[in-house]
Each structure stands twice: as structure tokens, then as C-alpha cells.
Design a protein around this ligand. Structure first.
Ligand SMILES: *[C@@H]1O[C@H](CO)[C@@H](O)[C@H](O)[C@H]1NC(C)=O
Ligand SMILES: *[C@@H]1O[C@H](CO)[C@@H](O)[C@H](O)[C@H]1NC(C)=O
Ligand SMILES: *[C@@H]1O[C@H](CO)[C@@H](O)[C@H](O)[C@H]1NC(C)=O
Ligand SMILES: *[C@@H]1O[C@H](CO)[C@@H](O)[C@H](O)[C@H]1NC(C)=O
Ligand SMILES: *[C@@H]1O[C@H](CO)[C@@H](O)[C@H](O)[C@H]1NC(C)=O
Length: 388
């Protein structure tokens, strides 16, 4: 009977933590000691759970601080393997925060990234299946360099799990896998993002990937399968807010009304702006065929500025150059096309949100193509590896 009561109390305790002293008086000494032990153990484990929950919360707000908190409270060992395991399990963790932590440039974080990738098992998965698994385990950050590091780690792991899928060996082999992974991610965006108008066919996808297998072609059958798989089902990414890799790798086009400060005569004019082909065009009316002005964005920078007259301002300017006129053109009232006369273009957006969106889009358009830069850097590595 007493024993039963102890078990019962433990049961009650583990659920509600409430315990009346009256109940304790009916227990024998031995049982009481068991119960005390049990309660003390439960208390500790409950406190531990509470602290882990707090650590997760902290992690979601600031990944580095969260990890530090868990380590300081002996809830996590300070090794890349343990941290990687914690992130891989991902219980209660925000996948954007996991991506931020894994994307850090820090040497330690890079080691965690590699341990994290090694926890993934890709054996006998095709590249699309492996990518689906990988891209679901955290939210890929937006910056090209972070994506580059993560995808290289992925490619290494994939090749390690699947020797013999690609022709070459060593780093060249990883490079093939890396390039093809990107081709697949871009294909996903091209096929499924409604803002991308140009939808490649399977033939074009095959043609695009000619020669990537160390100068040779990958089996057409393989490429066809990968294409079909993406076409039938887009990659899901966690925390998808619609802001996928389009912003990082595709030229974002935008249009809208903005106010532009004149070059010579400092008056504000309302103009319809269109951002496309790495140029900013402005029109007097949305229906005009000919723009009033064209500003090529090559070699320009953009910054936010405060203006005493207008809110939400930003400026296009030539970095490290005060007086040089920006190469641009405009159409005079009589139809003559003349060179612009701006050392900077000051523009005011209707709202803060629109200002931020314009700045982001223009920044993305200005930066030279980050994708080709990344591939070029990898290619260099391949040829230097080959030479040695
Ligand atoms: C209490 O502890 C003793 C000795 O450790 C053990 O033999 C006994 O089964 C325990 N009783 C209960 C109810 O757990
Ligand atoms: C995860 O974090 C991101 C960025 O901080 C936030 O936008 C998103 O809502 C969070 N997701 C959840 C499920 O809390
Ligand atoms: C794939 O495309 C869909 C639709 O645009 C998008 O929601 C998703 O984020 C994309 N996945 C990746 C990994 O870019
Ligand atoms: C941008 O800079 C490069 C290198 O200085 C130069 O060759 C090119 O003509 C410049 N382009 C424009 C539009 O000014
Ligand atoms: C540009 O401005 C300078 C002085 O501000 C002026 O002399 C020049 O004629 C202007 N050029 C054009 C094309 O308007």
C-alpha cells in the first residue's frame, strides 16, 4: 500500500509538482527517502529543461549567444560535433537562426558546418533528393559567400557518400557536383518563381550543363531525371517568406513612382522608374515609350541620405569621386538626347518600405553577378589543384 502511494505520488509529482505534506506522513522511512531522491532528481531535470528551453529561445534571437549560454550552463559541450548535433536535431530551433550560425565566416563555425553536413546521410540519394534533405535542415542565408561555403560542404559530403556518380576524382569531382547543385537550385527558381518569365526546357537544361563533368557531359538520363524531379515538385525551404535565392542570383526588376532631384536645377520631379538590365530608366508617364533618362548602374554605389525637404531619400554616386559626372543620358524637351549632368542622383521614395526595397534591388543589380563570381573562384581552385 505504501509502495503504491509512493509510486502514485511520484506519478502525481511528475505531472503537477504539487505534493501535500499530509501525504508524506503516511509513508515509511525507506519510501520517504526514495521519494526525496526522486523529487530532487525531478527538480534538477526540470530546471535543466527550463534552461535548455531558455537557451533555445536565446539561440533563436541570437544564435551565438544562445550557444554560449548552453555551454556556460553545461547543457552543451563546446565541441563542433556536439553543437552540430544540437543544430541537426534542431528541436525548437528557428531554421533561419541555424542558417545564420552555420553561415558565419568564423573558423569555428565553419568546422561546425562541416560536422553538421557530415550528420546528413546522402548514400544512394540522387542529387535532387539529397538537396531536398539538406535545404530543409536549415534556411539558406541570402549572402552569396555564405551560400558558396555551404554548398561546397554539401558537394563534398555528397561525393563522399556517392563515389562514382561523377567521372573525375578529388576536388574536380566536388566541383562538378557543386556546379550541378547550383544549376538545380537555379532551375527551381526559374521554373517555379512566377517573377521569372523565362522557363527553361529540359533540352536547354541539358545544354546548359554541357562539359561540366571535367570537360565531359553528364549522362543525359541523369539530367533528365533531375529536371523532371524539380519540375514536378519545387524545393521547399523552411521559413519561406517568398524571398528565396531570386534576390541573390537573379536580376531583380522593379518599377514605381519616385521623386528625382534635378542635376542643374534643384527641383523635385515625379518620375516613373524602371530597374532592369542593370540600368535605371525613368519616364514622365507610365505609358511613355521613350524614357526621359537612362542611368547605367555600372560602377555606381547607393547610400541612404537625409534630405531636409524630402523623406526616404537615397543617392546614386560614384565611390571615391566627388566631382565626376555620372555617365548617363536624358532627353531634352525638344527630343535631343544629351548627357546627364549629375555628380549624384538623389531620389525620394514614397514610403520607408519602398525606399528599402529600391535600395535592395539596386544593390543587387549593381553587384556584379555573384553567381558567376562564385563559379569563377571555384574554377580557379580546380585548375590550381589540377596543376599540382
Ligand atoms: C526504494 O529504494 C530501495 C533501495 O534503493 C528499493 O529496494 C525499493 O524498491 C525502493 N522503493 C520504491 C517504491 O521505489
Ligand atoms: C525565425 O526567424 C525569422 C527571422 O528572425 C523570423 O522571420 C521567423 O518568423 C522565425 N520563425 C519562427 C517559426 O518563429
Ligand atoms: C524553389 O522555388 C520556390 C518557388 O519560387 C521557392 O518558394 C523556393 O524557396 C525555392 N527553393 C530554393 C531552394 O530556392
Ligand atoms: C566602369 O569602370 C571600368 C573600370 O574602371 C571602366 O572600364 C568602365 O568603362 C566603367 N563603366 C562606366 C559605365 O563608367
Ligand atoms: C552641366 O553643368 C555645368 C555647370 O553646372 C554647365 O556648365 C553645363 O553646361 C551643364 N551641361 C549640361 C549638358 O547641361
Amino acid at each position: 500500500m505504501v509502495s503504491f502511494l509512493v509510486s502514485f505520488c511520484m506519478y502525481v509529482y511528475s505531472f503537477s509538482q504539487c505534493f501535500s505534506p499530509k501525504q508524506l506522513t503516511v509513508l515509511g522511512k525507506q519510501d520517504l527517502s526514495n521519494l526525496t531522491k526522486f523529487i530532487s532528481f525531478s527538480r534538477k531535470s526540470m530546471q535543466r529543461n527550463k534552461q535548455v528551453a531558455m537557451g533555445r529561445k536565446k539561440f533563436n534571437m541570437d544564435p551565438k549567444k544562445g550557444i554560449q549560454f548552453l555551454i556556460e550552463n553545461d547543457l552543451l559541450k563546446n565541441t563542433c560535433e556536439d553543437i552540430a548535433q544540437f543544430l541537426y536535431k534542431g528541436e525548437g530551433l528557428n531554421k533561419t537562426a541555424i542558417g545564420d550560425y552555420l553561415g558565419e565566416r568564423d573558423e569555428f563555425n565553419i568546422k561546425v558546418l562541416h560536422s553538421f553536413v557530415e550528420l546528413h546521410e546522402f548514400t544512394d540519394l540522387n542529387l535532387v533528393q539529397a538537396l531536398r534533405q539538406f535545404l530543409w535542415s536549415f534556411r539558406l542565408p541570402g549572402e552569396a559567400q555564405k551560400i558558396d561555403r555551404m554548398m561546397e560542404a554539401f558537394a563534398q559530403r555528397y561525393c563522399q557518400c556517392n563515389p562514382g556518380v561523377f567521372q573525375s576524382t578529388g576536388y574536380v569531382y566536388v566541383y562538378t557536383c557543386y556546379v550541378l547543385s547550383f544549376a538545380i537550385i537555379m532551375l527551381n527558381t526559374s521554373l517555379h518563381n512566377p517573377n521569372v518569365k523565362d522557363k527553361p526546357t529540359v533540352e536547354r537544361f541539358i545544354a546548359m550543363n554541357r562539359g561540366i563533368n571535367d570537360g565531359g557531359d553528364l549522362p543525359e538520363e541523369l539530367l533528365r531525371n533531375l529536371y523532371e524531379s524539380i519540375k514536378n515538385e519545387p524545393f521547399k525551404i523552411p521559413e519561406d517568406d517568398g524571398n528565396d535565392l531570386t534576390h541573390t542570383f537573379f536580376n531583380p526588376d522593379r518599377e514605381g513612382w519616385l521623386l528625382k532631384l534635378g542635376g542643374r536645377v534643384k527641383t523635385w520631379k515625379r518620375r516613373w522608374f524602371i530597374l532592369t538590365d542593370n540600368c535605371l530608366y525613368y519616364f514622365e508617364y507610365t505609358t511613355d515609350k521613350e524614357p526621359r533618362g537612362i542611368i547605367p548602374l555600372e560602377n555606381l554605389s547607393i547610400r541612404e541620405v537625409d534630405d531636409s525637404k524630402k523623406p526616404n531619400c537615397f543617392e546614386l554616386f560614384i565611390p571615391d569621386n566627388k566631382d565626376q559626372v555620372i555617365k548617363a543620358c536624358k532627353t531634352e524637351a525638344d527630343g535631343r538626347v544629351v548627357e546627364g549632368n549629375h555628380t549624384f542622383y538623389r531620389i525620394s521614395a514614397p514610403t520607408t518600405e519602398e525606399k528599402d526595397e529600391w535600395i535592395n534591388s539596386i544593390k543587387a543589380a549593381i553587384s556584379r553577378d555573384p553567381f558567376y563570381e562564385m563559379l569563377a573562384a571555384r574554377k580557379k581552385k580546380v585548375s590550381s589543384v589540377k596543376r599540382h
